[in-house]
Unconditional design. Structure first.
Length: 153
């Protein structure tokens, strides 16, 4: 007997609940962000994923399109610590999709180290990414577009 087919992407919500909505997911190429992206696509959203590493973004788009044939997922490079880069991410998303309904502030991270060994530069990198970066994304989305924002970092 053939093994049952297991869906690669699913949701507790009904499929197409967010039909034709547009989501922008920072850090959407890896980990939790990639999972959120796939669930949003499953729910009918069109999704822009954004982060610093173009190679990761391209690979994620290819993988996701394999999991969800026909979905509209695109990528744009962005360093959320840099205001100009955030402005470009939001304007590129608006140019390509016409609107942004949801912003998922997932991009971020931290170094794991004892406080005594934590350099000021490393601490600043974490704060500038998780706090300042999230602020810049929310501010720019409010200025250029805007509806709902999910905070995660
Ligand atoms: C400040 C408070 C920290 C509190 C930590 C609490 C931990 C609670 C855990 C809660 C559960 C959370 C789980 C997760 O987050 S899971 C994984 C998430 N993913 C990641 O963290 C990976 C992605 N992370 C990053 O990209 C980076 O962590 C970060 C966003 C923070 C910065 O990345 P960036 O690439 O910009 O950083 P650089 O490589 O440019 O480094 C900047 C300078 O920091 C120095 N550095 C490196 N390691 C350390 C260290 N262990 N301690 C201190 N400083 C460090 C690094 O050398 C750079 O300086 P130099 O240029 O001079 O070398
Ligand atoms: N895993 C866990 O247990 C927990 C995770 N979190 C948070 O959830 C989020 C996702 O974590 P997780 O999936 O585990 O880890 P990942 O490392 O897989 O995801 C982090 C993402 O953030 C992106 N990113 C980091 N810095 C920047 C930046 N300056 N500009 C744009 N994008 C950036 C990375 O992409 P790139 O490197 O290409 O820029 C990467 O895609 C993070 O914010 C993390 O702190 C919170 C609590 C628990």
């Amino acid at each position: 007997m053939a093994a049952p087919t297991v869906a690669k992407v699913t949701s507790v919500f009904r499929q197409k609940l967010f039909k034709d909505k547009v989501a922008l997911v920072t850090g959407g190429a890896t980990g939790i962000g990639k999972t959120i992206t796939q669930e949003l696509l499953y729910l009918g959203c069109n999704v822009m994923i954004a982060s610093r590493k173009a190679d990761n973004l391209k690979a994620a788009v290819t993988e996701i399109q394999g999991n969800l044939p026909g979905c509209d997922v695109r990528w744009t490079e962005c360093n959320i610590r840099k205001e100009d880069s955030v402005k470009k991410m939001v304007s590129t998303t608006l140019e390509q999709f016409g609107k942004i309904d949801f912003l998922v502030n997932n991009g971020g991270g931290q170094f794991y180290a004892p406080t005594s060994e934590f350099s000021l530069k490393g601490f600043n990198a974490v704060v500038e990414t998780n706090l300042t970066g999230t602020f810049l994304c929310m501010k720019e989305e409010l200025n250029q577009s805007c509806l709902l924002s999910f905070m995660q970092t």
